[in-house]
Design a protein around this ligand. Structure first.
Ligand code: HEC
Length: 191
């Protein structure tokens, strides 16, 4: 259990380092393109350094928050799921004009949540923070994580399959089954 969590934290950390590396590579390229003009280059270096610093700090802070307050972090990801689901429901009911980019974004956001949520249920986060997570999560962790994995896979598949309103209306309900299918067992019902 603990080893799994440690591995997940290390994986997160590696992801963060990757992101910083990509950002740095981007700025090196831009610096190269600035050319030989010494004044412009100097300005460019100052600008690039401040952006790099801000990016590093922002990544570090969000990483630290996720690790320190996994309950808030998982609730925020789930809340985003809920916001995206609302957009999808509006498309289903014809309450909003169908938009392919937004439709794909719904599934991309789900897949993102599914990939991040598994590390946000450490043993010390069973209570507190007004969590609605049920003890069953920790009693049946393998099943819970399998449900998250399937949710992520279904979302990715849907993102690839959706090309228009008709295909959206076929795939969206299938993906949505994952929400209730998990909440039923693992989330405290609102009274
Ligand atoms: C594998 C399990 C699982 C799946 C799949 C899942 N959820 Fe959740 N969801 C949870 C758990 C557990 C909580 C309670 C988290 C807490 O309070 O700590 C939750 C909480 C929520 C919340 C309340 C967030 C808040 O503000 O406290 C919303 C909204 C939500 N989920 C929407 C969705 C939607 C929409 C989907 C599908 C697109 C979805 N969830 C898929 C397990 C899941």
């Amino acid at each position: 259990m603990m080893r799994k969590f440690t591995r997940a934290v290390i994986a997160d950390f590696a992801e963060m380092v990757d992101m910083i590396e990509q950002t740095l590579a981007g700025y090196w390229r831009e610096l190269g393109e600035l050319g030989e003009d010494p004044a412009r280059t100097r300005q460019g270096i100052v600008a690039a350094c401040s952006v790099m610093l801000a990016t590093t700090l922002a990544l570090g802070v969000s990483f630290a928050i996720a690790q320190q307050d996994p309950i808030a972090a998982r609730k925020a990801l789930m809340k985003k799921n809920g916001d995206e689901a609302k957009i999808g429901t509006q498309f289903m009911k014809g309450e909003a004009a169908f938009d392919l980019a937004k439709a794909k974004a719904i599934f991309a956001s789900y897949a993102d949540a599914a990939s991040k949520v598994p590390t946000l249920f450490p043993d010390n986060s069973k209570t507190g923070g007004e969590t609605a997570a049920l003890p069953a999560i920790w009693e049946k962790k393998d099943d819970f994580n399998a449900k998250l994995k399937k949710f992520g896979e279904d979302a990715k598949e849907a993102e690839a399959k959706v090309t228009d309103e008709a295909s959206f209306k076929t795939v969206f309900p299938t993906v949505q089954k994952n929400c209730g299918g998990c909440h039923e067992t693992y989330r405290l019902k609102k009274s």
